[in-house]
Write a protein that binds this ligand. Structure first.
Ligand SMILES: [Zn+2]
Length: 237
C-alpha cells in the first residue's frame, strides 16, 4: 500500500513540473493572443513581401482615334481659349501698293471709325512688313468677329469668316511668290483647324459687290497648291 501511494505521488509531481525532455507542458494552455489571426504578409524571401497592397485596376484603353496632326504653322496663328465657329475663309487685297497691319489698323480706326483692324491676318509684300510675312491682327487672339465682308445687312461673312488681306493691288499685278506660299500655308492650317472645306474658301468678290481681291488674283494657283498640299482639298469655284 505504501508503494502504491508513492507511485501516485510521483506521477502527480511529474504532471505539475512538466517533462523537460520533450518541452511539453501539461496543465492550462496559455491564452490565445487577440491578434493571433490577423493577416500577416508572407515573406518568400528576405525583403520581398507578397500581396499586401491593393491591386491597381488596369488602365482604360483610349479607343478614340488620334486627332489628325495639323499642318505646319506658326504658333502665333493658334488662338487660345474658345474658338469661334468659323466656317468661311475670305481673301482680300488691300488695293494699295504698300501697307501692313499697322497702317491698315490706323486707317480702320481713324479713317473708317471701326473698333480695330478689320482683317484677322495680313500678308505683307515687303513694304509695310516682310514679303510673305503673316501678321496676326488684334482680333484673332480674342477670336473676335471680323469687319471685312459685310454684304448688305448680312453679317455672316464677318461673324463667321476669317479675313485674310494680302497687301497689293491685284487689279494691276499678282501677289508675290512669297505671299502665295504664305497664304497657302495659312489657309492649309486654318482649313484643317476649323474644318473648313474648299467650298467655303472664297474671295471677297464672290459674295460682295467688289472686284476684291482683284482681277489678277490667281485662284487657280492657290487651289492647285492647296490640292497638292492636301490631297482631297475640295476645289470649289
Ligand atoms: Zn475685300
Amino acid at each position: 500500500m505504501r508503494r502504491w501511494i508513492l507511485a501516485v505521488a510521483a506521477v502527480l509531481a511529474l504532471a505539475s513540473v512538466g517533462c523537460t525532455g520533450s518541452r511539453m507542458v501539461l496543465g492550462t494552455p496559455p491564452p490565445v493572443a487577440r491578434d493571433a489571426f490577423t493577416y500577416r504578409p508572407i515573406e518568400c524571401r528576405p525583403g520581398r513581401v507578397l500581396a499586401t497592397a491593393p491591386v491597381e485596376p488596369p488602365p482604360k484603353l483610349d479607343l478614340k482615334p488620334p486627332a489628325p496632326a495639323l499642318p505646319d504653322h506658326d504658333p502665333a496663328w493658334e488662338a487660345n481659349g474658345a474658338s469661334r465657329p468659323w466656317r468661311w475663309i475670305v481673301i482680300h487685297h488691300s488695293a494699295t501698293e504698300k501697307g501692313g497691319a499697322a497702317a491698315f489698323d490706323d486707317f480702320h480706326r481713324n479713317g473708317r471709325r471701326w473698333d480695330e483692324l478689320g482683317y484677322h491676318f495680313v500678308i505683307g509684300n515687303g513694304t509695310g512688313s516682310g514679303d510673305g510675312e503673316v501678321e496676326v491682327g488684334s482680333r484673332w487672339p480674342k477670336q473676335k468677329h471680323g469687319a471685312h465682308c459685310r454684304v448688305g445687312d448680312n453679317e455672316e461673312y464677318n461673324y463667321f469668316g476669317i479675313g485674310i488681306c494680302l497687301v497689293g493691288n491685284f487689279d494691276r499685278s499678282s501677289p508675290s511668290e512669297a505671299q502665295m506660299a504664305s497664304l497657302c500655308r495659312l489657309v492649309e492650317y486654318l482649313a484643317a483647324r476649323y474644318r473648313i472645306d474648299g467650298a467655303h474658301l472664297i474671295g471677297h468678290g464672290a459674295v460682295g459687290d467688289t472686284r476684291c481681291p482683284g482681277r489678277c488674283f490667281p485662284f487657280d494657283r492657290l487651289f492647285a497648291r492647296l490640292h497638292a498640299a492636301r490631297q482631297g482639298f475640295a476645289i470649289a469655284r
